[in-house]
Design a protein around this ligand. Structure first.
Ligand code: 5GP
Length: 190
């Protein structure tokens, strides 16, 4: 997505060789028009995948995901990050390691919002080691539903997540693929 790559070059900052900060349009302040465009790209890619519902992970995936759900006319569910396990049986939970916070959380989905007939599109803001996307996929599969695909706003292709998801057979579509980060350096893959 050319508009996104331009925006990353204009407003993104590489905090290190592994972390990209995009607080001015995605992670803190949000540019709604750009989010809408992202939704159009995700819709165009996934429109024939038989998606029944779209899942995202709180909180930075919500803006692009709601724009996608609106354009695909589908319901959306936000997976919650809980600090500890809920012991009642009405949720699915799985432990995920946070790349940016270096800590574990319990990714949580109420059993009310998924059935085994669902075919779920998972959308997230970043793909690094693939932990968050894999956790979301585990919840979907634990419920007996299918993963229709995984949509990522910014993939850091030099980290292992993309290959792990590809190897597991998921259909991964990223709007921007970053090949290299460094001081004053952001390079994309074609
Ligand atoms: P993963 O689970 O693939 O290792 O990391 C993905 C999650 O970590 C995303 O949900 C995102 O919130 C966060 N994340 C990973 N890398 C970055 C990054 O470079 N910048 C920002 N802002 N968030 C990141």
């Amino acid at each position: 997505m050319e508009e996104l790559k331009k925006r990353i070059l204009k407003d993104g900052h590489a905090l290190s060789e592994t972390v990209l900060k995009v607080d001015s349009f995605l992670n803190h302040q949000v540019d709604p028009e750009l989010m809408y465009e992202m939704g159009t790209y995700f819709k165009n890619y996934f429109k024939n995948h038989g998606v029944t519902k779209i899942f995202t992970i709180e909180s930075s995936g919500i803006a692009p995901t709601v724009m996608t759900a609106m354009q695909m006319n589908l319901p959306m569910v936000t997976l919650k990050k809980q600090g500890s396990k809920i012991l009642k049986g009405d949720v699915y939970q799985t432990t995920v390691h946070s790349f940016t916070k270096s800590m574990d959380y319990e990714l949580t989905l109420s059993k009310k919002y998924i059935t085994e007939k669902d075919n779920i599109l998972i959308i997230d803001d970043f793909l690094a080691n693939g932990e968050a996307a894999l956790g979301a996929a585990r919840l979907v599969e634990e419920a007996g539903a299918k993963v229709a695909g995984i949509g990522i706003v910014i993939e850091k292709s030099f980290q292992p997540g993309r290959n792990i998801l590809d190897d597991k057979g998921y259909d991964v579509y990223s709007l921007a693929r970053v090949g290299k980060l460094g001081e004053n350096l952001i390079e994309f893959l074609e």
